[in-house]
Design a protein around this ligand. Structure first.
Ligand code: PDD
Length: 281
């Protein structure tokens, strides 16, 4: 497998960054994960727009013009022969002597791009079975709209989910409402067929899959309500699902050990999963 690191394509097992990289020492960086389908990067322009925004919010300079970055990402996908899978892009503030404040002199941001194939059949099987979710208290900083590599709370939440036999964790804020998943956006479907998800603010990541899915729902005339929901409402919902670049639409069949709907993936979630790629770019 091949990775791109700061201007070079290298064997992944030998690919490395400087130990003084601020990404390594402070998690001072941002990332994007893009789905690869048929060798193409799904919704690439939106991922790049979000990357630009994350960089701007953290005052990290753009490591290279975006068209050049596009070439690198496609090259990594191609060199790894990925037709279905994910491409990962990470940009960190760069290498400097350890000091919390920004380096006094501008340094070149570090760029890493990797790609890997996913098992399509296995993912389809997971979606056919549905996944389990557990709720955990929201303990992240108030700017999770920035797609930062600082993911320790997400790591711990995901691990807690795994240890409880679930696949994803849903954060619940001190106001009692679900914010989002540890690596996905959270959705429910009411018993009268309205799809509910929290509106975008600094408390959730503005998922690209989420945005595209809203266009899909519009085209299919599925009713959408952008509002927060509680775990109690989710337990009683007809359906639940999560969205992310790696899962697209993944049905949820249990939350905190309570069965959602009839315990099978819901019809709306399944339909949205099937239709998604007719609308993505
Ligand atoms: N996760 N919320 C969080 C906290 C996420 O980490 C992600 C994506 C999403 C969904 O965003 P999108 O639809 O743009 O993928 C929401 C990626 C896939 C990851 O960390 O691997």
């Amino acid at each position: 497998r091949i990775a791109y690191v700061n201007g070079r394509y290298r064997e992944l097992r030998n690919a490395s960054v400087n130990v003084q990289d601020r990404g390594y020492q402070f998690a001072d960086g941002v990332y994007e994960v893009c789905e690869v389908r048929g060798g193409r990067l799904v919704d690439y322009p939106r991922h790049m727009a979000r990357l630009q925004r994350s960089l701007r919010e953290l005052r990290i300079s753009e490591p290279m013009p975006l068209p050049a970055l596009a070439i690198v990402m496609h090259e990594v996908v191609w060199r790894n022969r990925v037709t279905y899978g994910l491409v990962y892009l990470q940009v960190t503030r760069g290498v400097a002597r350890r000091d919390h404040a920004f380096p006094p002199h501008p340094v070149k941001p570090s760029v890493v791009v990797t790609a890997r194939a996913l098992n399509y059949e296995k993912n389809q099987q997971t979606a056919a079975n549905g996944i389990k979710v557990v709720t955990v208290p929201e303990n992240r900083w108030p700017r999770v709209d920035i797609k930062s590599v600082s993911l320790l709370p997400n790591v711990l939440a995901k691990q807690e989910a795994r240890e409880k036999g679930a696949y994803e964790a849903w954060y619940v804020g001190s106001d009692g409402f679900v914010t989002e998943g540890a690596s996905s956006n959270a959705w429910i479907v009411t018993t009268d067929g309205r799809v509910v998800t929290r509106s975008v603010d600094h408390g959730i990541l503005a998922g690209i899959t989420r945005a595209v899915l809203m266009e899909v729902m519009d085209a299919l005339q599925i009713r959408l309500e952008e509002r927060p929901f509680t775990p109690a409402e989710a337990y009683e919902a007809a359906e639940a699902f999560v969205t992310s670049a790696s899962q697209i639409v993944m049905p949820v069949v249990a939350i905190d050990g309570r069965t959602v709907g009839n315990g099978q993936p819901g019809g709306i979630a399944r339909r949205l999963r099937e239709e998604f790629h007719r609308f993505s770019a």
